[in-house]
Design a protein around this ligand. Structure first.
Ligand SMILES: *Cc1c(COP(=O)(O)O)cnc(C)c1O
Length: 244
């Protein structure tokens, strides 16, 4: 009885809507891991909270979510300042202007969108010495779209060569946003090519920690898990649709 009262109390402390959404996403991850022979502990859920208020981040924090992703620097810095829980991990997943690297180097744990030597250098120089090296993913323009940022697949080696010795960066893997398509095979193929590239880099450069694949969003997380995603970036399936 006491247990039941306890859990009812917990139930009222945060919105059941968000608990349901989180459980739904966790169920999708679990099903995809079962189907494709992945371990659930190999896939981490990054909650993409861009444009959403701090109160919603707190709701998901109360439900146990710890990794949050933000795209817009000013907005992100306000949220980071307001939420000082030491166990929150902040991931920067937006476009990087090279004159705005300092706050990224100072306030984030991960950056998913490094695609130039200039930005990598600045992040390395600006990462405080007291902090652990910044976890860096290289964004790859896997489908060679004019509209997308990221390095072209054939240019990733050069960027790895130039950044691998940077002491305040920890090169962790690749990030990708595949070309929009109704053809799920095409999307899955983009994920598969990203995985091959990541494996090839990890082997040839002997980078033991270059083992992360940030890929998969609300609509295609299953395909990404099928092809080896280790971080899935989920916004609307958790927080609801964003205003245009
Ligand atoms: C917004 C965004 C997401 C989340 O997209 P959803 O479709 O809402 O899950 C993931 N990755 C990046 C880079 C984004 O900008």
């Amino acid at each position: 009885m006491e247990d039941r009262q306890q859990s009812m109390k917990q139930n009222t402390s945060h919105s059941p809507v968000f608990r349901d959404k989180l459980e739904l996403v966790q169920d999708r991850i679990e099903s995809a891991c079962d189907l494709y022979g992945r371990g659930q502990d190999e896939v981490s859920l990054l909650a993409v909270s861009k444009t959403k208020p701090i109160e919603l981040i707190e709701q998901f924090y109360a439900l146990g979510q710890r990794q949050f992703g933000e795209n817009y620097l000013q907005e992100a810095l306000l949220k980071i300042a307001a939420l000082s829980e030491p166990t929150i991990q902040w991931h920067y997943i937006g476009a990087i202007q090279s004159n705005k690297t300092r706050p990224i180097a100072e306030h984030f744990d991960w950056v998913h969108t490094v695609s130039s030597l200039k930005v990598a250098k600045r992040l390395n120089d600006q990462r405080p010495e007291s902090a652990s090296p910044l976890n860096v993913l290289i964004q790859v323009n896997i489908d060679r779209e004019d509209s997308k940022s990221g390095v072209l697949p054939e240019d990733t080696d050069a960027l790895i060569d130039a950044t691998r010795e940077m002491g305040q960066l920890n090169l962790r893997g690749l990030m990708v946003i595949p070309k929009k398509s109704k053809d799920l095979d095409l999307i899955r193929d983009s994920f598969a090519r990203t995985r091959l590239l990541q494996e090839s880099i990890a082997n040839r450069y002997c980078l033991a920690q270059f083992n992360q694949l940030s890929m998969g969003m609300s609509e295609d997380l299953e395909l990404a898990i099928a092809e080896g995603a280790t971080i899935i970036r989920i916004g609307s399936a958790l927080f609801g649709p964003r205003d245009a």
